[in-house]
Write a protein of this length. Structure first.
Length: 367
């Protein structure tokens, strides 16, 4: 348990809890961007360690949750084609599309395999030269390098039967979209440590912090990481100092991972992206470049269905939850019509979804 128990030390958590109570005088609202942070906060009750004048709200940091419905519909459409093997991460399998989930498509005969890496899908393409192998690649900047590597490997191996349905999103544009919203009440951010491990903090985060006058604290995912990050954030807010601080210095370097960033820019280009429940955010996505179009499943397979609107928003308030406007228990369907066995929206399915966290750790408190 070394390197885990140290970051869950109750005595240190209490020390930082008292430090926050001692310095905080005004009311503050702080958003943790990543779903992994949300789960730690809810699981370990970190919000209960804070004074009542500090509220934590949840951001759009779950890649499965923000994958637009039309991409899921497209994955289902491709999976049902003859001679196709669709590979995906386990979190995506039960996320509802317009009419079906991938799990339901599998029940209809689609050949869908759960993999742990896009490189697994590359190997499946090697072993099945007479089948079309498609990897459903979703995620933030964290998974973009290995997805890019999968495409590069497929090119090097001359795997004409491999392609990727890409749905990548970028964190900084989402933060700006939240800050530009008329409904915004976020005064500080806890940024995702794994994203910053890849991308660094030298440019976009500094610009956002200076432009919008908000502290941005890069944190890890253990309880002590997060509560220390909250302390750093409150300390800045009290002193009216707005900058980027790196709590997660054991993993995050200012410049990030140069090799990984170069690989991303080699394979992908920045595009406008639709976020499930939120809508289109400019320059917030990554698409496969034209030079690698032979590995782009959207290009490779003909569209036969019409893109559906994000109609789940009529009954699912995931957009409000992922923008910090509401909490999961404020949804009238939470824990009743919407539950892990019968999810209405993606945040109840994903292991990083806010609704999943509340259902798993707080259901008895809110239902």
């Amino acid at each position: 348990m070394k390197y885990i128990t140290e970051y869950r030390n109750k005595d240190l958590l209490e020390i930082y809890s008292q430090k926050i109570k001692k310095i905080s005088r005004a009311n503050y609202t702080i958003m943790e961007v990543c779903g992994g942070q949300t789960h730690s906060i809810v699981k370990f009750g970190l919000d209960h360690l804070l004074p009542k004048n500090i509220e934590l709200i949840h951001g759009p940091g779950c890649p499965v949750c923000v994958t637009p419905i039309n991409k899921i519909d497209r994955a289902i459409e491709i999976s049902l084609l003859p001679n196709v093997i669709l590979c995906t991460f386990g979190d995506m399998i039960r996320v509802p599309g317009s009419n079906l989930s991938l799990q339901q498509a599998k029940a209809k005969g689609a050949n869908i395999k759960i993999v742990y890496s896009p490189l697994d899908a590359v190997n499946i393409a090697k072993l099945n030269p007479n089948s079309e192998v498609v990897f459903f690649g979703v995620g933030f900047e964290t998974t973009a390098p290995i997805n890019a590597l999968a495409i590069e490997q497929a090119k090097n191996f001359k795997l004409n039967n491999f392609s990727m349905l890409a749905s990548h999103v970028l964190v900084p544009p989402a933060i700006k979209a939240i800050l530009n919203s008329k409904q915004n009440r976020t005064q500080g951010f806890l940024a995702a440590g794994h994203v910053c491990t890849i991308m660094g903090i030298e440019s976009e985060y500094n610009i956002i912090s200076e432009q919008y006058k908000v502290p941005i604290i890069v944190t890890g995912f253990e309880p002590l990481d997060i509560i220390q990050g909250i302390y750093f954030c409150v300390r800045q807010l009290e002193s009216k100092e707005y900058k980027v601080e790196n709590q997660y210095s054991r993993a995050v370097k200012a410049s990030g991972n140069i090799q990984a960033k170069n690989l991303i820019s080699k394979i992908f280009k920045v595009v406008d992206q639709n976020w499930r429940g939120i809508g289109e955010i400019p320059n917030s996505g990554l698409a496969i470049k034209k030079e690698y179009q032979m590995f782009n499943a959207d290009y490779k397979f003909e569209h036969k269905i019409i893109d559906n609107a994000d109609k789940q928003n009529l009954v699912c308030i995931s957009g409000d939850i992922m923008q910090g406007i509401k909490k999961p228990f404020q949804c009238e369907n939470f824990g009743t019509k919407c539950n892990p066995l019968n999810p209405i929206g993606a945040p109840m399915v994903s292991s990083e979804g806010a609704c999943s966290a509340y259902y798993r750790y707080r259901k008895s408190d809110v239902c």
